[in-house]
Design a protein. Structure first.
Length: 264
């Protein structure tokens, strides 16, 4: 073996050892900071669609999603406290400690916000991981699941009521309730449990917090304002595009696996 070959082999060995050590060093104590650093890098490059290969916004975002998914599938990371990551996104957990949901902004630009969500669910001593946002290979499906989830309630045996927020711009925002349960290997929405719909979506004008729908865990009721079409200066020929409250409160009550309207 000549001297040059020996030196080259030694350099390759050192690089491989460094890479292995680097991978092993991403342990439960540092994975929170590691995930945070990737997401922060994405935020810093969110306007860059044509950077060096692997460093453009979408490449970094994919890297974050893949790293998060791998992390959530590892039992050794089950008790990680995501304190640092929680400063940049919403992370919620169910009271039975089975379900955890991560929601983040993908900063697509404009007032139409795209939020993405990934869940971790403990089932039969295994960890199931997936997305709560419907997406094809190229784009999001416009089924209003591009929301961030900020509340979750254990409402029934292994059934979870999640409350989420989203906006499509134009001065409007919407709130969504989803009844989630684990079936066929994935966490999915109920089938027609909100008065015939799979989800309950409620759109209001931005800034009207008094109109945000509420859930009462004691009565298992969703309450919301009755809305009607608004008109500019009362002119019935000039709809404003926004809804006004009539002052009447409507309710959906959970019973036997579904939410049904309460009669007034």
């Amino acid at each position: 073996m000549n001297k040059s070959y020996f030196i080259l082999s030694f350099i390759i060995l050192i690089r491989c050892s460094t890479t292995i050590h680097s991978q092993q060093s991403i342990d439960a104590g540092s994975i929170d900071n590691h995930l945070t650093s990737i997401y922060k890098k994405f935020k810093d490059n969110r306007h860059d669609y044509g950077a060096t290969y692997g460093e453009a916004r979408d490449s970094i975002l994919i890297r974050f999603q893949n790293t998060l998914a791998k992390t959530l599938r590892k039992e050794s990371f089950l008790n990680v406290k995501y304190d640092s990551l929680a400063e940049h996104m919403r992370i919620i957990s169910s009271k039975d400690d089975k379900l955890k949901i991560f929601s983040w902004d993908e900063f697509n630009g404009g007032t139409w916000h795209i939020y993405n969500s990934m869940y971790q669910y403990k089932v039969n001593n295994e960890l199931a991981v997936g997305f709560l946002t419907t997406k094809t290979e190229d784009h999001y499906i416009t089924d209003n699941t591009e929301v961030y989830h900020y509340q979750v309630q254990l409402i029934d045996n292994d059934k979870y009521l999640a409350k989420a927020y989203g906006t499509h711009g134009s001065g409007k925002e919407f709130y969504m309730f989803r009844l989630l349960s684990f079936n066929d290997g994935v966490l999915k929405d109920c089938d027609g449990c909100f008065n015939g719909d799979d989800k309950f979506m409620y759109e209001i004008s931005r800034g009207h917090d008094e109109l945000i729908p509420q859930y009462n865990p004691e009565t298992k009721e969703i309450s919301y304002h009755e809305l009607v079409e608004g008109y500019i200066n009362g002119d019935l020929n000039s709809p404003s595009g926004f809804m006004d409250s009539t002052g009447k409160i409507l309710k959906l009550r959970y019973k036997n696996g579904v939410f049904i309207p309460l009669e007034n």
